[in-house]
Design a protein around this ligand. Structure first.
Ligand code: ADP
Ligand code: MG
Length: 179
């Protein structure tokens, strides 16, 4: 399966103001912010979203935080599942909506937080959250609810509904993640 390779997929790479071609059928535009690397594509199935996440996962290291935004059903947990699998997580990866987070064993441990139910973070709540970021690659759904407490994200993923089976996936980073 090719990610971002179908003709109905738009794939854009903005790289320090310069366009660069990485796949034949992609379309590109220049970044308005020359210091931000942004990749954007439309996936046609959950598996394609997982495969794109796996590509991002290959660039991640211990201590990295990935913010995953988008409305309910946009595919945030699907994206995290694909990344976690690629990082070596073998357990089922499900939404931690009814707990604040999961921590999975893997060569580099993986944390998966869902802050949907948080109205705001106070120091006590941060005390509960902080261990999830210790030595992990941490994925955070609803990062907006974490406010200023969250560590800076190495990458920000934004998912949007296109139709039943298509999602627009945008990945922003200050680093060139080579996606
Ligand atoms: P969220 O965590 O954002 O609420 P989930 O990942 O739990 O979303 O659910 C996304 C739903 O959308 C799943 O039922 C998934 O099968 C479906 N879906 C359909 N097309 C896609 C796609 N291209 N990418 C991701 N999920 C998709
Ligand atoms: Mg979710």
């Amino acid at each position: 399966m090719r990610v971002c390779g179908n003709t109905d997929m738009a794939f854009r790479d903005q790289s320090r103001g310069q366009t660069r071609v990485t796949e034949v059928s992609q379309t590109f535009h220049r970044s308005s912010d020359p210091y931000l690397h942004a990749v954007e594509c439309v996936t046609g199935s959950p598996e394609e979203t997982e495969a794109l996440a796996a590509r991002l996962a290959g660039q991640l290291r211990a201590g990295d935080v990935v913010a995953v935004s988008g409305e309910l059903g946009a595919g945030k947990t699907t994206f995290v599942r694909g990344a976690a699998r690629a990082l070596g997580v073998r357990e089922p990866v499900s939404s931690p909506t009814f707990t604040i987070g999961h921590r999975y064993d893997a060569p580099v441990p993986v944390a998966h937080l869902d802050l949907y139910r948080l109205a705001g973070i106070d120091p006590e709540e941060w005390g509960d959250l902080e261990p999830y970021f210790d030595g992990t690659v941490a994925f955070v759904e609803w990062p907006e609810h974490g406010g200023e407490w969250l560590p800076d994200a190495r990458a920000t993923v934004t998912l949007n509904h296109v139709d039943e089976s298509h999602r627009q996936v945008k990945i922003d980073s200050e680093d060139d993640l080579g996606l």
